[in-house]
Design a protein. Structure first.
Lengths: 170, 283
């Protein structure tokens, strides 16, 4: 017989504080899992993730791949008969996981691109040419053509500690 | 008709600029004025930034809201991701004084003016339906193609519906009504309304999982006889367009609603930027 794990209410309290304030309302009906388009293709089960968060099983939740298989489609959130704001719970857990250094390299790269350039997609010469051909400004009137605006975005990253956060990825 | 700050985001202006030129032309012909949000950035993308740090996510979003606020305009976006970020940030910041104080403190450190909490964020589809009206669109759509369309709402246009309050999240109709006014038939199909698979950082981290979801949707669309997919989000657009190229099957052309309306209004085809689509568009 496997050893029973002790619940850790301290972790659950942190999840509530981080934005998952409705996590304790879940009564495990499974409507979320039954509605999940990602769970149809993978072994990801939303109901289990919420239960683990409720019980405070930090080590089962924060390093897990499951946490990142949610597309945030909000179908479970819409259908939950208990009003659990499931996407908010998942966002709270993801924020906590990232703070522990759990972030996938492709995600870290996107975050870095945003914090350094103000956009999540690069501006290539071919993009400028196509924009011009369509009668648009070659360089869009965004941070791409406004260094002072970009400076502000970078400073927000510093003020929030976002730069340091993404430097600590593993 | 009112004037709106046109929020560009990233994928539209940089990968599918035809959506941008189509949106500008279509709204101009319907009497909606767009003004540039000089110095705007990424919304920022909810999949990664909100997942990483919700305070950073909201602060960058707030800076974009400040740009519109100082111009005295509301925002319109043609992207569900940008809509989700900016709508939710505005919704929270406009109603929660304490949160606004906290975010304004960060903005101040970055040299950004305070956000006063006055901006509303609109989605292109909802703006067309509520402010322009289906009849005005029907009157302009003289070149409707009469094709069978699979309408893809995506997730973040209508959901979470408790704050967005735009249409029924399970059985919406406003997007279908616009597509039909443009001379198309909007098809019913199995599991209509299901996620394209790209959101939440899933496309970036596990593209194979995203593509499985896309394939299931494409299979259902094809079984219903879809001749075109119509979306209202450049990220869903990318997922269906690039996804079909990768799957090497289906071959159903993908149009953003702005491009579909451009065709129906008789805009020059060259202005729609269809040649960059990876799934050929021969309409």
């Amino acid at each position: 017989m496997a050893e029973a794990k002790e619940p850790n209410p301290e972790f659950t309290r942190k999840v509530v504080e981080a934005g998952g304030k409705t996590v304790n309302l879940c009564f495990q009906c499974g409507t979320c899992t039954g509605s999940c388009p990602s769970g149809r293709q993978t072994a990801f089960r939303v109901r289990k993730l919420v239960r683990r968060a409720q019980l405070g099983f930090e080590e089962d939740v924060l390093p897990s791949d499951d946490l990142w298989l949610c597309t945030t489609c909000f179908t479970c959130y819409e259908r939950c008969p208990r009003g659990v704001e499931i996407v908010d719970v998942i966002m709270a857990l993801r924020n906590m996981a990232v703070r522990k250094g759990y972030m996938a390299e492709p995600h870290r790269k996107v975050a870095e691109l945003i914090s350094k350039t103000g956009h999540m997609v690069s501006l290539r010469d071919e993009d400028k040419a196509l924009r011009a051909k369509l009668g648009l400004q070659g360089v869009p009137p965004t941070v791409f053509s406004d260094p002072k605006a970009l400076e502000q975005v970078k400073k927000i990253g510093v003020a929030c500690g976002f730069d340091k956060l993404i430097a600590g990825g593993k | 008709m009112a004037k709106y700050g046109f929020f560009l985001g990233c994928i539209m202006p940089l990968r599918y600029p035809g959506i941008e030129s189509s949106t500008r032309a279509v709204l101009d012909s319907l009497g909606v004025e767009l003004v540039e949000m000089q110095g705007a950035s990424c919304c920022p993308a909810p999949g990664v930034t909100r997942s990483f740090d919700q305070t950073y996510w909201m602060s960058v979003a707030a800076r974009n809201l400040v740009i519109a606020e100082k111009m005295g305009v509301d925002i319109v976006t043609i992207c569900n991701g940008c809509f989700d970020t900016l709508f939710e940030a505005a919704h929270k910041l406009n109603h929660d004084v304490e949160l606004r104080k906290k975010i304004n403190k960060i903005l101040k450190e970055a040299g950004v003016d305070e956000y006063q909490g006055t901006v509303n964020v609109r989605h292109f589809v909802e703006l067309l339906y509520k402010d322009v009206g289906v009849e005005a669109i029907r009157a302009k759509a003289r070149h409707g193609k009469g094709m069978k369309a699979a309408v893809h709402y995506g997730c973040h246009f209508l959901k979470p519906s408790n704050i967005k309050k735009i249409d029924d999240a399970e059985r919406p109709h406003i997007f279908d009504d616009i597509v039909e006014a443009a001379g198309m038939t909007s098809l019913p199909f199995k599991d209509k309304g299901t996620c394209c698979g790209a959101g939440g950082g899933v496309r970036a981290r596990t593209p194979d999982v995203a593509l499985k979801m896309t394939k299931e949707n494409l299979t259902n669309m094809k079984a219903a006889g879809a001749e075109v997919i119509v979306d209202c989000c450049p990220f869903c657009h990318l997922q269906y367009d690039a996804g079909q190229a990768q799957l090497k099957e289906f071959g159903i052309p993908v149009l953003h609603l702005s491009q579909l309306l451009g065709l129906a209004f008789g805009l020059e085809k060259e202005k729609l930027g269809l040649e960059v689509h990876l799934t050929k568009v021969n309409l």
